[in-house]
Structure formats: structure tokens, C-alpha cells
Design a protein around this ligand. Structure first.
Ligand code: AHM
Ligand code: MG
Length: 346
């Protein structure tokens, strides 16, 4: 009797994010604080999803009239999403501090609240240029451990290589809202059930196909790229008649979350390479809250992530808002592009 009831319950599909996290905790793969942290971030992302869904009717579109430390004009939704994540994460007792694309410096959890052992970094709204044209945007986040003995973390305590991340995730606010998550045991995909208000597990242990015929890069920057990237993309464009012997398709959403999500779903290679316009800054995408979490998610799904010369997750960070070249996706294709870079370096 009991056995059949248990079998019936465990056969219930799909399971919620809450159940997934409790099962991970019972399996000893996460602790209660990390479980709470992920639940809180997911809840904040639901609020962001609701605000985005209202669009012009919610008065959330357009410029905020302010700028961030990187000299970028902030949209109203950049600021709103940042505030939602800050407020949600302040009081739970699971964090020692937070850092965001939209804040000049990290912030320790205020003295009024209990502090925990984790550091949370996020890009509250990735793909800002797509907000006002109703194209998918997202949130990207990364979780690190606060170094032992540090109770009020400063920026320097966040400068840990990506291979020390304990969790990474992104949400994509598209036709459906999805959360993609890793705690270092595979990459899992959840879809928001809008009526119930719960993220439901719709893809367990997703795997990126190793081979691909699809690439994502902003081709308008082609003439500014360095030689290995020029040669690599040049060979893709030669198609069947060229050295790669097959035709490639191109996609570029200009929201990293959407481009990476396509790769998680059906494979492909994504690149925002170094170019002469962004060389002084080190690249376009930010290491700590864009490249590192995406690299962790992609590697956990069997893919690879590199600057062309080094594995992203092994980079030693030098600044909270540091930028890096990013190439990630299907493993064989990333290995191929790495080969072009090493030929140049040799
Ligand atoms: P954001 O975090 O300010 O939105 O900037 C990052 C975005 C990525 O999502 C995307 O891949 C890239 O910038 C698009 O850049 P571009 O407009 O140069 O193609
Ligand atoms: Mg971004």
C-alpha cells in the first residue's frame, strides 16, 4: 500500500523547483542556505517576469535617465530588476553580500539583517537593448562562497575564479519564462507555470550536442576582430565549398541569455570576441556575472567556454566589472575555434 503510494508520488511529473531543491539537499549536494538562496532568486525573477510582461501598460519601458559605472545608460527595467533582486535577497540570512552590473561596488548585507556565507553576483537584466522592442531578455546570476573569516565582504572578496562557483543560473523572459540552473551536478531547465506561479522541471541534465552548424556573433563587428576570429568565421561563411565542408546558419538575438538558451536547447557556438573597439576594456561581456555563470552552465551541459586562449572558468579575476572575450557552446566547435587561436599564437 505504502509502496504504491510512494511510487505514484514519485511518478508525478514535472516536479517543481522547490521539490528539485529539496531532493538536492537530501542528496547532500546543496545545503539549506543555498536552497533558500536559489528559491529567493527564482522568486525575484518571477517578479521581474511580471514587470516585463506588463510592458508599456506597466510604465516600465524606456530610459531611467541614469548611467551605470560602465558608462551605459540604464533602462527603467535595469534599475527595477536590480531593486527587486536587492530587496528579495537582503533579509533571508543566506548572503554575506551582493554585486551587480548596475552597482559601482558590491554591497555587504546591512547590519540590521543576519549575514550568511554566500556572495551573489548578477546581471539583473541582460539584453537591455531589446527591452523596448519586445525581444527576449533575461537575468544572469552566480553564487560564490564568502571567504572564511570575512563578515563584511568588499569587492576584492568576489574576485574568485569561475571554477569556484557553487551555483549559476539564468532566466529568459521570452514567450515562456525559463530558469536554467546548475549547482555543479548537471544543467537543468525549469519553465514557469504562470497560473500556479512555480518553476517546473522540464529538462533534467540537458546536454549540448558536441557538433553544430549554427553560429552566433555580431557580424557588423567583423572588420574589427582579431586575425584568428576573422579566419574562423571566414571559413564558416565559405560553407560546403570551404575547409569546413558544410553550410552554417547564423543567429544573433543580442541578448546573451536568448542566444545561450538556443545553444543549450539545440547546440551552436556563441561568440563576443575581442575587437579593436573594445580591446581597451578587455572585451564586451563581463566576467563575473555574465561569462563565468554562462561558462559554468554550458560546461555542466557538456559544452565548453573559452576566451580563445584560456578556459573562462580558470581566469583569475582582476575587477568586479572586468570584461573578457567569450566563445562558448558545442564542444567540438569551441575546440575548433580554439585551434585557430593557438595556430596564431604558435
Ligand atoms: P547588457 O548586459 O548591457 O544588456 O549587455 C550585454 C549584451 C549581451 O546580452 C549581448 O550578447 C550583447 O550585449 C549584444 O551586444 P551588441 O549589441 O554589440 O550586439
Ligand atoms: Mg548583460
Amino acid at each position: 500500500m505504502h509502496g504504491s503510494a510512494a511510487a505514484r508520488w514519485s511518478a508525478m511529473k514535472p516536479i517543481s523547483l522547490t521539490r528539485y531543491l529539496i531532493e538536492e539537499q537530501h542528496a547532500g549536494r546543496i545545503n539549506a542556505d543555498l536552497r533558500l538562496l536559489i528559491e529567493v532568486v527564482a522568486r525575484a525573477c518571477k517578479s521581474i517576469s511580471i514587470a516585463i510582461g506588463k510592458g508599456a501598460l506597466g510604465g516600465v519601458l524606456g530610459e531611467a535617465g541614469t548611467g551605470n559605472i560602465q558608462g551605459e545608460a540604464q533602462k527603467k527595467l535595469d534599475v527595477l530588476s536590480n531593486d527587486i533582486l536587492l530587496e528579495a535577497n537582503a533579509w533571508g540570512g543566506h548572503l554575506a553580500g551582493l554585486a551587480s552590473e548596475e552597482m559601482d561596488h558590491s554591497q555587504p548585507i546591512p547590519d540590521a539583517f543576519q549575514r550568511g556565507n554566500y556572495l551573489l553576483l548578477f546581471d539583473p537584466l541582460d539584453g537591455s537593448s531589446n527591452i523596448d522592442v519586445n525581444i527576449s531578455v533575461g537575468t544572469i546570476f552566480s553564487v560564490l562562497r564568502c571567504p572564511d573569516g570575512v563578515t563584511s565582504p568588499g569587492d576584492e572578496h568576489y574576485l574568485q575564479p569561475g571554477n569556484t562557483q557553487v551555483c549559476a543560473g539564468y532566466t529568459t523572459y521570452g514567450p515562456s519564462t525559463m530558469l536554467v540552473l546548475t549547482v555543479g551536478h548537471g544543467t537543468h531547465v525549469f519553465t514557469l507555470d504562470r497560473e500556479v506561479g512555480s518553476f517546473m522541471l522540464t529538462g533534467r541534465g540537458v546536454q549540448i550536442p558536441a557538433d553544430t552548424k549554427e553560429f552566433a556573433v555580431n557580424m557588423s563587428n567583423q572588420r574589427f576582430w582579431e586575425e584568428p576570429m576573422q579566419r574562423y568565421v571566414g571559413d564558416l561563411l565559405k560553407g560546403k565549398e570551404g575547409p569546413r565542408g558544410k553550410d552554417f546558419n547564423m543567429r544573433w538575438v543580442a541578448s546573451m541569455v536568448a542566444d545561450v538558451h538556443r545553444i543549450i536547447t539545440r547546440g551552436g557556438i556563441f561568440s563576443y570576441p575581442l575587437d579593436s573597439k573594445c580591446r581597451d576594456k578587455g572585451g564586451k561581456l563581463r566576467l563575473m556575472y555574465e561569462a563565468n555563470p554562462m561558462a559554468f552552465i554550458v560546461e555542466q551541459a557538456g559544452g565548453a567556454a573559452t576566451t580563445g586562449y584560456s578556459r573562462i572558468l580558470d581566469l583569475a579575476p582582476e575587477g568586479l566589472h572586468q570584461r573578457v572575450p567569450v566563445i562558448l557552446g558545442s564542444k567540438s566547435e569551441v575546440d575548433t575555434v580554439t585551434g585557430y587561436h593557438h595556430e596564431k599564437a604558435a
